[in-house]
Design a protein around this ligand. Structure first.
Ligand code: SAM
Ligand code: SF4
Length: 336
């Protein structure tokens, strides 16, 4: 059993893992159509089913009573949700919440970075999958490269605790840019996170042949840079490194070839109020139905306890149990 540090009740699954971080999808809508994420014709969650800010905050408050103290807003694209800074402010005022971050495609960050910071957002991760304008436009389907770069700069200027870059590496698309991204981290001090391609693409194009393993990424980076591993924080999805003689850091997220399921401390909430205990598992638990049916906080808490107890052990066992992971919901629904 994982150690439980204080007397506060926690959400513990049947493998002893304790839920501490919430990945909150605030919308499934997005202004991009990244071809490794969105289907050609997405089926959007009807607006009436999307949780209101008040409903989200009620659920986050109940979760925080269980010791969930870190929240990351995601989507879809969180910045297309109107007045998102108000939600950030509402969550940051909850007593139990210690950290609030956001993962964004960066398109609207230039306009929003300051207001979000002022509302209490502490860290931002911007997805940037290519340093080449044409390539970026092809994958996102929007000519957006320069705006995203401006957004990243605006976030740096707004004084966030951290600004990270997410880069999903796909064989044959951008694996020839691994050294360019490592150089960006080395030369400009960015924290770049190299992510293995996961089977959550809406177009069902994923295959192991397109996955560049973390090991392979590391050996490419080592061909030019001297790197030093950093201690892995419990529950972290990344193997982190720094440069022996430079400022920047980078992380490798090996969700496919070396998943860290045994100490996973994440829970996910979809925009329509479904609790998703494991990204790789299709089971989800409808909190919205309870919430909108007038359930008390205690009833919702009991449902949360029971749902988290059913969390799947993780990627490896799911891979063994089914022939393919291709049937799991696409990334724009769970928020990564
Ligand atoms: N729209 C925001 C963005 O793109 O950053 C937030 C939502 S997006 C679903 C969250 C993260 O998941 C992004 O960094 C994105 O690149 C990543 N992602 C999307 N599809 C993926 C896939 N098939 N494999 C790995 N990561 C993926
Ligand atoms: Fe939108 Fe993010 Fe998915 Fe790209 S990865 S389509 S930006 S939700």
């Amino acid at each position: 059993m994982a150690a439980i540090e204080n007397s506060k009740p926690h959400l513990v699954d049947s493998y002893g893992r304790v839920g501490r971080k919430l990945r909150l999808s605030v919308t499934d809508k997005c202004n991009f159509r990244c071809n490794f994420c969105m289907p050609e014709t997405p089926e959007w969650i009807p607006n009436a089913n999307v949780l209101s800010f008040e409903e989200i905050v009620q659920l986050v408050r109940i979760l925080s009573d269980f010791g969930v103290d870190r929240v990351r807003l995601s989507g879809g694209e969180p910045l297309v949700r109107r007045d998102i800074e108000n939600l950030v402010g509402m969550i940051s005022r909850l007593e139990g919440i210690k950290k609030i971050g956001m993962t964004t495609n960066g398109f609207f960050l230039k306009e929003k970075a300051k207001a979000l910071r002022a509302s209490g957002l502490q860290s931002v991760t911007v997805s940037l999958h290519s340093l080449r304008r044409d390539r970026f436009s092809t994958v996102t389907s929007v000519d957006s490269h320069s705006r995203v770069l401006e957004g990243i700069k605006a976030a740096k200027d707004a004084g966030y605790d951290s600004v990270k870059l997410n880069c999903v590496i796909i064989r044959g698309y951008n694996d020839d840019e691994i050294l360019d991204f490592a150089s960006l981290a080395y030369n400009e001090g960015y924290n770049v996170r190299f992510i293995e391609y996961m089977p959550f693409d809406g177009r069902r194009n994923w295959g192991m042949g397109k996955v560049v393993s973390g090991e392979e990424m590391l050996s490419i980076i080592r061909s030019r840079f001297q790197i030093v591993p950093l201690e892995r924080e419990k529950g972290s999805t990344a193997l982190n490194f720094k440069f022996a003689d430079g400022e920047g850091e980078f992380g490798i997220i090996t969700s496919i070839t070396r998943p860290f399921c045994s100490d996973c401390d994440r829970l996910r909430l979809t925009a329509d109020g479904k609790l998703v205990p494991c990204l790789f598992d299709n089971h989800e638990y409808d909190l919205s139905k309870l919430l909108r049916g007038g359930a008390s906080d205690e009833e919702i808490s009991e449902f949360l306890r029971a749902s988290v107890r059913l969390k799947a052990p993780g990627v490896e066992s799911l891979l063994k149990a089914s022939t393919s992971l291709k049937h799991v919901r696409p990334m724009y629904v769970t928020g990564g």
